[in-house]
Design a protein around this ligand. Structure first.
Ligand code: ASP
Length: 331
């Protein structure tokens, strides 16, 4: 929701070109992250995320931003909404399992100082993004995988749960009848969430979380928990996130590429287009979907995908809206 306070805040910023010092604001969650060192005085606080699930994620993230909270807390709060939603079959609770019936989750998070944390092949924990956050905040490591990630999560107080919903189990049982493992992306059926936010201090953070490709081989890890592939943030430049066939994103380190292209002067839109073209040039793109989403320091954003059907949600200037991404293949 767009609050009067936020309207006043944005008007003041717009009129006087002032930056907001979040240290003076009430923060809903205590963050252990350091404050940015580079002031940014010309920006729009923004939340942006992949697919239509992004609308509800953006609302939750914005609640943190509008009271002066940090982007890192906002991105975590945002994607948790989708992780907990059993109707979403590519993220968290309710995610489709691998070919052996295991729901295995991948997630990563990155803050404005370049700190990051990740979990992959994590079972039984509904909120992998919060485990990734704990990896970032409470360990000397970046990635924890599998049994080690689960052990760490339990030590940190997370609850062990059955994540396989009746709907996901039924879909897996149906798939097993033919067991045809050929992960052609149904471009209408993706909901991995990547979410980027700029807070009132002008700092950028990002989060990405998924259950990965449905009926994948056991042990498969995609792009989503890999810093630089599914997500990358550089607080001097901007942030990017990816969705779609993770293997193609991994081969091109897509989100890092998008941010580096922005550093070289491309707009978020141009950078997403170039990153998609790198895939289109070298891979058989006809069988799969990729969508990139990017934001720069000012809050300018861009998106591009291979096939039409990728949409994204933007919360900016008091409006939370769903936008269709332009695509390489025009249909
Ligand atoms: N990128 C995710 C993966 O490959 C899937 C998706 O975005 O739908 O695991």
């Amino acid at each position: 929701m767009f609050s009067r306070r936020n309207f006043l805040f944005q008007s003041i910023l717009g009129t006087f070109g002032l930056s907001f010092n979040s240290c003076n604001a009430k923060t809903p969650n205590k963050s252990t992250s350091k404050m940015t060192t580079k002031p940014n005085s010309n920006f729009k606080p923004t939340v942006i995320s992949t697919w239509n699930n992004g609308l509800s994620a953006n609302e939750a993230a914005w609640k943190v931003i509008e009271v002066g909270g940090k982007a890192i807390d906002a991105v975590e709060a945002g994607v948790r909404v989708v992780e907990a939603d059993p109707k979403t079959t590519s993220v968290g609770y309710g995610g489709f399992p691998d070919r052996d019936g295991n729901v295995t989750l991948d997630a990563c998070i990155m803050d404005e100082t370049g700190n990051c944390g990740s979990v992959c092949f994590l079972k039984h924990i509904k909120h992998p993004i919060s485990v990734a956050r704990k990896v970032m905040d409470n360990t000397p490591h970046v990635i924890l995988a599998g049994q080690g990630a689960l052990q760490f999560a339990l030590e940190q107080g997370f609850e062990k749960e059955n994540l396989l919903t009746p709907k996901a189990k039924a879909a897996w049982e149906k798939w097993k009848k033919e067991s045809n493992y050929h992960p052609i992306i149904n471009i209408e059926n993706h909901d991995t969430i990547g979410l980027l936010a700029i807070d009132q201090n002008g700092d950028i953070s990002g989060a990405c979380t998924t259950s990965g490709l449905a009926f994948k081989m056991q042990g498969r890890v995609g792009d989503s928990p890999i810093i630089g592939a599914g997500l990358f943030v550089d607080n001097e430049v901007g942030g990017a996130t990816a969705t779609g066939m993770g293997e193609a994103v991994l081969k091109t380190l897509g989100s890092f590429l998008v941010v580096e292209l922005m550093r070289q002067g491309k707009t978020p839109q141009e950078a997403c287009e170039e990153a998609v073209m790198r895939i289109v040039k070298n891979q058989n793109y006809k069988d799969f979907q990729i969508g990139y989403l990017a934001i720069d320091k000012q809050g300018n954003y861009g998106a591009y995908c291979i096939h039409s059907g990728f949409d994204f949600a933007v919360y900016q200037g008091g409006k939370n809206q769903l936008i269709d991404s332009p695509s390489y293949v025009k249909s």
